[in-house]
Design a protein around this ligand. Sequence first.
Ligand SMILES: O=C(O)C1=C[C@@H](OP(=O)(O)O)[C@@H](O)[C@H](O)C1
Ligand SMILES: C=C(OP(=O)(O)O)C(=O)O
Length: 422
Amino acid sequence: MTVADLWPAPRCTEPVEAVVSLPGSKSLTNRALVLAAIADQPSVVRRALRSRDTSLMASALTALGSSVDTSGEDWVVTPGPFTRDATIDCGLAGTVMRFVPPVAGLARGRVSFDGDPHMRRRPVGEVLGALSTLGIRVEDEGRGSLPFTLHGDGHVKGGTVVVDASASSQFISALLLAGARYEHGVDVRHDGKPVPSLPHIDMTVAMLRQHGVDVDDSDADRWTVAPGPVRGVDHLIEPDLSNAAPFLGLAALSGGSVTVRDWPHETTQAGDALREILTLMGCTVTFVADGVRVTGPDELQGIDHDLHDVGELAPAVAALCALATTPSHLRGIAHIRGHETDRLAALATELNALGADVTEHPDGLSITPAPLHGGVFHTYADHRMAHAGVLVAAAVDGVLVEDVATTSKTFPGFADFWAGLL
Ligand SMILES: O=C(O)C1=C[C@@H](OP(=O)(O)O)[C@@H](O)[C@H](O)C1
Ligand SMILES: C=C(OP(=O)(O)O)C(=O)O
């Protein structure tokens, strides 16, 4: 690590007053790109998120044979025949590693996948097992993880698969997204502990329906996609509500007010849960003319809360809990040990190193108020660990955030944008 990688993230010395426009949603953009690539007509993805994860998705779909024009703010996707061999870089993007293989199985050719070093440790075996059952030849030397290669003949039989999606909702979303293109469609059943991040599966189902795909999700733990055409769609991408967490958190910890522009009144984004979570912490949360405004309380309250549906909010919420005046217990998030890093271990280690009193549980964290001090906050190549770090740095003197550039996964230019508010 060089000294340049340690960012003396700005301290917040007075209540922050700000109105921010945030980049588009990663989850909406990458689903829109995948569905556009297997559609019958071109699609437009307006206000697409331009970041590492979405660039990797655009490159993956281009490598398979689609054309993705990313030159403007609105990306144009023209489906093409998947008739070539391809190599896919998944980076650290769960959406690329899980959503692209079911599409790549439709290719006539050999498609190889690999990614960042940590990506080889993130789970994908359930998707690969399902693809084998559905008729795609998978070569992974029994690892159930990257690197792996798919051998397609331009046609997938499809049918029924049973997966254990307790490690990631993305296993289900992945199989549903491509399912309409399989000869018999796909009937996906979950068997295992409860599926986390269910709002993300609802987002997948909603977007499939926008593309004219027939999806039955009327039974718990079962999703059926009928075979059939996929229409081209003109998508308008909402701002990324999960990435609103650090910005609204700044209002929460400083007692100021931050408005996130264009917050949708109705959305499938899991990050919408921030409105409830911040209210529980004592903030005032209101829809205003141009978005959602959060005003922080005099004293931030801890929470006892199940984040099973919204695990991606855990790092920023845990940082706020470490700054709260009463204890917190964050539950239901064993699966975030399989995110960009083991987030429960990373949060406990980094917050405790700055004086916090955090106890790690198999499925969550207990956080007791304690005085924090300066030091290095390591980020483990995880954009949301960086969000946690800058929040703590805003409230505590002398915190250095390591590798803040890792935020480019979903928000290039994050550090300058953040500094501009303080
Ligand atoms: O489908 C998606 O776009 C996502 C699903 C969730 O994954 P998990 O189910 O693995 O938590 C979420 O945490 C991730 O940031 C994005
Ligand atoms: C879990 C996350 O990402 P991914 O899409 O790589 O799974 C996240 O962004 O918090």
